[in-house]
Design a protein around this ligand. Structure first.
Ligand code: 3PY
Length: 252
């Protein structure tokens, strides 16, 4: 499987990753070689199918320094199982809003007795050659993160926190702000709401994660003790890099 992100988080490391939304494996290979701890392939937004996701997981591994995570399209057992079967080190499940939904994610992501994931000897298990070893290690090693990104989830946070088998609560500030009717995902009201979520998760001995818009934002969340910060995406870096390179050439 693609890296040891869960073990590192459990050992107390704070990790920094980024999202991948481009469908060319070269993007993940580059990101995977830059020193990020994780590349999270985004199967939720954009037109990305499972064949592409599998290629991007392999490309991230080729990069050599990052674990490959997959944000699945939704809290769906097929999406979760096929994402893990690619060999990803873990998954991020978007828009989880209740204890029952968190339990469904566990059910789909974990092998019995914790869940009901089916044995599919695919890339994760070396196409069958490593199936017994993988089956034995998967429940202990794969990261299951659920996203808290709606006001309904914040209101039911205690129910989410009570579900065994979830490793990490990952805050999505943009969607959370949107569901609260706020425009600025980095404004003071959001900061306060998010700080409350992080504190309650920590009090329940759960690890936390968050999306950061850039390095300053990421540094603030690391300082605040967040365990996994996923900062920007390949598209962010492409856009910002090109804009910054062009800007001095266009000055009057
Ligand atoms: C959010 O900010 O809502 C996210 O889910 C980040 O990808």
């Amino acid at each position: 499987m693609s890296g040891d992100v869960r073990a590192r988080l459990e050992a107390g490391e704070q990790l920094v990753g980024t999202f991948a939304g481009l469908r060319d494996p070269a993007a993940c290979e580059v990101l995977g070689a830059l020193g990020f701890d994780a590349v999270c392939i985004d199967g939720e937004h954009g037109a990305m199918g499972i064949e592409t996701i599998e290629r991007l997981v392999a490309a991230t591994e080729r990069g050599g320094s990052a674990s490959a995570l997959v944000r699945v399209a939704g809290n769906d057992p097929v999406a979760i199982a096929t994402a893990l079967d690619t060999g990803a080190a873990g998954i991020v499940v978007p828009r989880v809003e209740s204890g029952a939904e968190a339990a469904a994610a566990v059910d789909a992501a974990r092998y019995p007795p914790l869940g009901r994931r089916g044995i599919g000897p695919s890339r994760a298990a070396r196409y069958g050659a490593g199936v017994l070893d993988y089956r034995q290690r998967a429940n202990d090693e794969l990261l299951l993160a659920i996203q808290v990104e709606t006001w309904a989830a914040v209101q039911r946070l205690d129910d989410l926190l009570a579900v065994e088998g979830v490793d990490l609560l990952f805050v999505g500030p943009t969607d959370l702000a949107s569901s609260m009717g706020l425009n600025d995902p980095a404004g003071p009201e959001m900061r306060e709401t998010i700080a409350g979520v992080l504190e309650r998760a920590r009090a329940a001995a759960r690890r936390t994660g968050i999306f950061a818009f850039g390095p300053d934002d990421a540094a603030d969340w690391l300082e605040a003790g967040v365990n996994l910060v996923l900062m920007g995406s390949d598209l962010t870096w492409l856009g910002r890099g090109a804009r910054d390179a062009l800007a001095p050439l266009r000055r009057p």
